[in-house]
Each structure stands twice: as structure tokens, then as C-alpha cells.
Design a protein around this ligand. Structure first.
Ligand SMILES: [Ca+2]
Ligand SMILES: [Ca+2]
Ligand SMILES: [Ca+2]
Ligand SMILES: [Ca+2]
Length: 370
């Protein structure tokens, strides 16, 4: 095969007489055709395309003959450009197996990677990095196809960066904490794990109602898995402070002020008290000095806004009211030569009952019916 013209030599002999006229023409022509057609032939003619050619001869005696020859080895048609069949066009972290499809008339099959040297294609190529690959082929007539090319861009062996996690609050709270996870753009599968549990798909912020740990990782389309990141939630506190306790300076009856000291638990951030059920809650700073009986209430609040129960201490031992005056009853208020007994009537709240006889007498405990 050739992509060039073919020179056809006509070797014409005549046994009887000299050949006088030789002609050639394209196509399968008859003797008569050459009477007024055809090209005068010297010893050869040039066939520029495949087909049947006719050579005619006429000898001196006027005998004419034609002979045909068929030319079919001229090939000026280049092979169709090769096509490519990669094992996948989806993102992958594996090598890509690439077949180059050359047309059947390709006698020489060539490819080059990233404009490098043309290599002979012998079979499946293993592509382990993203490249641009060109192909071309030549047929047996040395016609060269146009180049075709493919860019391999879907090999990805780079994992996404680790996701980042943030909490809606890190301050103590008795409510919930929302964890928002931000994944890099190349993450196609977004995952989180709660308290070491199974990986789950992340769609919305994670609502934590109790303390714990959230881990996150991302996976790209090629299946590369990022490093993990995590956040510890430890600021959820729904445990109220313990109840406050009281200490009174005395619980015995007294005509003095009573001082009440309130002890709050360590986690009490706000310490409050009020006097009487209808009193106003007031911040406790120092022991409370009471000049009259009342009930002291106490409560506290921790950093997370949890309130303790209310506790109270009733103070009812302050008595600043003196007993009523004693009264006297005498056994006989008439002149008598008998003894006269004097009965002293003390009010009920008297615990100490005393009398003296005469301005300068000595206070003496009174006992009935001496
Ligand atoms: Ca060809
Ligand atoms: Ca990647
Ligand atoms: Ca607490
Ligand atoms: Ca009293």
C-alpha cells in the first residue's frame, strides 16, 4: 500500500509489426474510445487514484488492442483519530486502566504522556497520576491520523482536611448545646460520631442535651478519609446546688438580737435570702442580724442557672417584751394579830419569780405557799 501515485509501466510488444500508437485512459475503455480519447503513452503513466486503467495499442497494420489494469493499493485516507476508554471517569484513588482504541487500519499505534516521547501502544495503560495523553496512528501507507487527547483528572489521593467543630456556647448552661461541624469543600460524605458511637451522616447541627464528645471526619468523592477532629462538651449542668443550711446565734429565748448565718454550697454563684414568705430575695453577703422573730428563707443559683430548693429557718425565740407586772393578794386586810400572807400573782410568761421585803431587801425566789 502507498499513499503516493503509482507509475504503471506498459511493456508493449507486437510480433508482426511496430506499434505505432499507444494511449492510456482512466476507466475500463473500449478500443473505439481511443479513436478520439486517451493520452498518448510513452512507456509509463501515472495512476493517481485507485481504479481501472486501460491501455490501447495500434500497430502499423491498424490492429488495435486494449488491456486493463486495476490499481487498488493507493491509500491516502488517514486513520480516524483514536478514542480512549478509561476504566472510570468518576473520582478515584486507584490507578486508572486506559485503553486506546485505534482503528483497524492503524499499523503503527502511538501515544505520548504530557507531551513526552511518542511510545508504541501495546495494550492497557496503567495511569497512576493525572495526565494528559495524546494518541495518533499511521496506516500501512504512512498516512498519519490527527491527534486525539484525553485529560485524566479524576485521580485523587489527597484526603480532605479535618472538619472543624464549634459549640453554640462554652459557658455553663442548663440547656442544650449545639455542635456545628464545618467540612472542607471537597468533602462529599460528612460524618460524625457521638460519644464513640457509629459514624452517622451529618446534616444539621448536633443537639447535645448532656455532656459528651462529638467526633467528625470527611470523605471525598474518591473515598479518601480525612483526619478526625473532636470537641468535648462539658458545660451542660442541670444539677441544682445543694440546699443552704442555717445557724442561729441562739435558739434559746432571748431578749437580744439573733444572728443567722447561712451556709451555701460551693457551686452557688448567686446566694440569696429573704425575710418572711413575702419578703424580697436579697443577695446574702453577711450573717443576718434579726431584732424580731421571722422566718429566714435561703436559695442559691449555680453558674448554669439552676436554682436550689428553698430552705428556711423560723426564728421565734426573740422576746423583748417584759412580763406584765405582778399583782398581790393579801390574806387579810383587816387589823389582825395573826400573820398576814401575801400571795404574788406573776404573769404566765414569767420564768423567774422574785420578791423582796423592804426597799433594801434581797431579791428572793418566790415559791408558792411558804
Ligand atoms: Ca488508510
Ligand atoms: Ca481529595
Ligand atoms: Ca450545678
Ligand atoms: Ca416576754
Amino acid at each position: 500500500m502507498t499513499n503516493e501515485n503509482i507509475t504503471v509501466s506498459a511493456n508493449i510488444t507486437d510480433s508482426a509489426s511496430a506499434v505505432s500508437v499507444k494511449k492510456w485512459a482512466a476507466g475500463n475503455q473500449s478500443v473505439g474510445y481511443f479513436a478520439s480519447n486517451g493520452t498518448v503513452l510513452d512507456s509509463s503513466f501515472v495512476a493517481t487514484s485507485n481504479g481501472t486503467y486501460t491501455v490501447s495499442t495500434k500497430d502499423a497494420a491498424g490492429n488495435e488492442a486494449v488491456q486493463t489494469i486495476t490499481i487498488n493499493n493507493i491509500d491516502r485516507v488517514a486513520p480516524i483519530p483514536a478514542t480512549f476508554s478509561p476504566s472510570t471517569t468518576a473520582p478515584t484513588k486507584k490507578d486508572i486502566l486506559l485503553t486506546i482504541n485505534y482503528t483497524n487500519d492503524s499499523a503503527i499505534k502511538l501515544y505520548s504522556i504530557n507531551d513526552g516521547t511518542w511510545e508504541t501502544f501495546t495494550g492497557l495503560l496503567t495511569i497512576s497520576n493525572n495526565v494528559t495523553l495524546k494518541a495518533r496512528s499511521m496506516d500501512s501507507s504512512n498516512n498519519t491520523s490527527e491527534e486525539s487527547s484525553i485529560s485524566i483528572t479524576n485521580i485523587d489521593r489527597v484526603a480532605p482536611n479535618a472538619p472543624t467543630l464549634s459549640a453554640s456556647t462554652t459557658a455553663p448552661t442548663n440547656g442544650q448545646v449545639e455542635i456545628t461541624i464545618t467540612y472542607p469543600e471537597d468533602t462529599t460524605t460528612k460524618q460524625f460520631s457521638l460519644n464513640g458511637g457509629a459514624w452517622e451522616n451529618y446534616t444539621n447541627p448536633i443537639v447535645m442535651t448532656s455532656n459528651g464528645t462529638v467526633k467528625a471526619r470527611g470523605i471525598d468523592a474518591a473515598g479518601n478519609i480525612s483526619n478526625e477532629n473532636s470537641i468535648d462538651v462539658s458545660n451542660i449542668d442541670d444539677v441544682p446546688p445543694a440546699n443552704a443550711t442555717f445557724h442561729a446565734s441562739t435558739l434559746e429565748p432571748t431578749n437580744e438580737d439573733v444572728t443567722v448565718t447561712i451556709t451555701y454550697p460551693e457551686d452557688a454563684l448567686l446566694k440569696e435570702y429573704k425575710l418572711g414568705a413575702g419578703g424580697t430575695w436579697t443577695t446574702y453577703t453577711n450573717p443576718i442580724v434579726l431584732s424580731s422573730n421571722t422566718t429566714v428563707y435561703a436559695r442559691s443559683k449555680d453558674e448554669a442557672n439552676n436554682y436550689s430548693e428553698e430552705t428556711s429557718l423560723a426564728i421565734n425565740n426573740i422576746d423583748k417584751t417584759p412580763p406584765a407586772n405582778a399583782t398581790f393578794t393579801i390574806s387579810n386586810d383587816q387589823p389582825t394579830n395573826n400573820n398576814v400572807s401575801v400571795t404574788i400573782n406573776y404573769p404566765n410568761d414569767s420564768t423567774v419569780k422574785q420578791f423582796k421585803v423592804g426597799e433594801d431587801g434581797v431579791w428572793t425566789n418566790y415559791t408558792v405557799q411558804r
